[in-house]
Design a protein around this ligand. Sequence first.
Ligand code: BGP
Length: 469
Amino acid sequence: MLQKDFLWGGAVAANQCEGAYREDGKGISTADCFTAGAVDRKREFTDGIIPGKNYPSHEAIDFYHHYKEDITLFAEMGFKCFRTSINWTRIFPNGDETEPNEKGLAFYDDLFAECLKYGIEPVVTISHYETPYHLVETIGSWRSREMIDHYLRFCEVIFRRYRDKVKYWMTFNEINVLVLNSEMAVGIRLKKSEDFYQTLYQAAHHMFVASAKAVKLGHSINPAFKIGMMMLYPTFYGETCHPLDQLKCMEAIDIHYLFSDVQVRGYYSNKAVRFLEKKRVELKTEPEDEEILKNGTVDYIGFSYYNSNVASHEMDRDMTPGNMLHTVKNPYLKASDWGWTVDPVGLRLALNYLYDRYQIPLFVVENGLGAVDEVEEDGSIHDTYRIAYLRDHIGQMKLAVEEDGVELMGYTPWGCIDLVSAGTGEMKKRYGFIYVDKDNDGNGTLGRSRKDSFAWYRKVIASNGEDLS
Ligand code: BGP
């Protein structure tokens, strides 16, 4: 059985749902500068906002004005928690102000109060792919150590303001995506003259220090805070039992463990140090950094899991897309409409690998199927494929807890309400239990309706995961 207070819920990110991108004093964030994907679905990260381009986050699903009705629907499903992020540029429009924007703070006050009214715990990602664009322009985002102070000022304001409303926090969304897609993660466009490793691992170091300081600060403001890290977990398989495939597999996952090792253990492992040496990275650090990292380890690990990946030592293979990664095709697995493999057992493995390695509580804060939904004449949406995906993943998640003894806090499927896809900027790639009437070109009433998965998930939550039928 899952624990009695298991946190069932759903997850979104401010920039992918709120819209209202200039309202009530909000500044421009990196997310506001990503266009909708073109034919090949690749989004363009423009230098500021260019008139005439299609920026889907500007309106998104207008959660900013619809949150009350949306939270009513979450409550109807029985949500125990709701994961969202705070849009940094609502609080500090440029990122470097000394005083926060009161209207932005008031919005999240109301949003969290609305959740709590229904007994829904807010789970807050402090920074989810939405760095103030002004900081990208002026100091190059996390390339600069100055970012630590800006981030900490933001943290301090929100920790104090929501001290009694929010207990669960995560410092950065998918922190390891920095080395997979630095533009999307933190707005770093690598210049030709810049070395990939030197630039990004230096940025990562700044983020590690910032996160560790935030953890310490948060605990001093409210000792009851649970502050986690958040990573994309890419379960990897070696393609064959060829030892070199297994070696590749280990190397592929080690890239990601570097991030969780530092945030959970509080130091760079020997292997990480060697890796950075091999890549000729010379980290600029301050003498106090070691102590800061050690004293700012996280309380739990939040992670996203969508699909698994395959590593091979042979080049030129038939490749397949996945969340942020392209890997070798797995002949044993089917794929989603977007080509991402569907692998529920990969989630059980992820839970086991992470728990065995770190022995701290885990939280599945993203999982789900991006699919095309058809609305029937009568308005109903029969998303049986989504139910099947979630049922199988929840089943494996339960096995990890019940059979393998993993300590798991909760489960928040991604995009519990349809929203803008981070990867492609599409609306058509839907994850929700709740349908939002809006298409890729921005047409639609923004009306909300329940898909079949809505009633199914309500039953799952009501039975604490016992009834998956
Ligand atoms: C994760 C991000 C989310 C989300 C999700 C699904 O990597 O944390 O923001 O969007 O992936 O990806 P996509 O939107 O590309 O389907």
